[in-house]
Design a protein around this ligand. Structure first.
Ligand code: HEC
Ligand code: HEC
Length: 187
């Protein structure tokens, strides 16, 4: 007798679970009930080309949006090309880490190997005609010279960056000290 009521309870449970599942299958939505607008309801994204940057600089805070309203998506600008002309750029001040005048795609720098040092280590520099890293790159924080690259200077791209042909996103009126001195007429 006891077993029979247990059997009925289990059967009732199974029927209930099946019913809930069937209801969910019929009326549920894949989004957990949230309304999803039909494609036609989505506002048309801006197919327009954003206006030139100069026209926007004084009007908007975030130049990265290039004047496209926040509720619209603009056409992404073409990917910038990394400069690879091997032409060293002038440094803006004496202790500026020089910018990298070549591409560094795929150059691995990790715990086990440092691709940059293949060419920029003192011992290899002549072979690759690369400027060797300067003495500062061998100094520890107590100004002691180490035999190998200092851990402080191991991850090169912390300080050295490639340059691209991308348009600047914000205006920049920086002048180096020589230009400033030439303005004031005192040399
Ligand atoms: C295959 C050799 C090679 C590798 C690898 C290499 N470089 Fe160079 N690098 C050069 C050469 C050669 C130059 C000299 C300018 C030129 O010819 O591009 C140079 C120039 C530079 C300069 C400019 C120095 C100056 O005085 O203006 C920097 C900075 C630099 N490299 C950083 C790096 C970094 C950071 C890496 C790793 C991500 C790296 N390089 C990997 C060969 C290399
Ligand atoms: C913490 C910042 C920093 C890191 C990390 C760093 N550098 Fe530099 N690097 C500088 C600065 C600053 C200069 C210019 C002044 C000087 O020589 O110390 C410089 C100069 C250089 C130069 C020009 C040397 C010369 O005599 O003109 C080369 C080449 C260079 N770095 C390559 C590298 C490479 C390769 C690495 C990675 C192994 C690296 N740097 C890591 C800051 C850094």
């Amino acid at each position: 007798m006891r077993n029979k009521s247990l059997l009925i309870a289990i059967l009732a449970g199974v029927v209930l679970v099946l019913a809930v599942f069937a209801l969910g299958w019929r009326f549920g939505t894949a989004t957990g009930g949230r309304a999803v607008p039909e494609p036609a309801d989505v506002p048309a994204t801006a197919a327009t080309t954003p206006p030139p940057l100069d026209a926007l600089l004084d009007k908007q805070i975030d130049a990265i949006r290039r004047g496209v309203p926040v509720d619209q998506e603009g056409d992404p600008p073409p990917m910038a090309r990394v400069e690879n002309a091997d032409l060293v750029r002038a440094r803006a001040y004496p202790m500026q880490p020089p910018t990298i005048p070549h591409t560094i795609d795929g150059y691995q720098v990790d715990k086990n190997s440092n691709r940059c040092m293949l060419c920029h280590a003192r011992s290899n520099a002549a072979t690759f005609q690369a400027p060797p890293v300067s003495v500062t790159h061998y100094m520890d924080r107590d100004d002691q010279f180490l035999a190998t690259i200092s851990p402080r200077r191991y991850f090169c791209s912390q300080c050295h960056v490639v340059q691209t042909d991308a348009q600047p996103l914000v205006a920049n009126t920086f002048e180096d000290i020589d230009t400033v001195l030439s303005h004031s007429g005192s040399q």
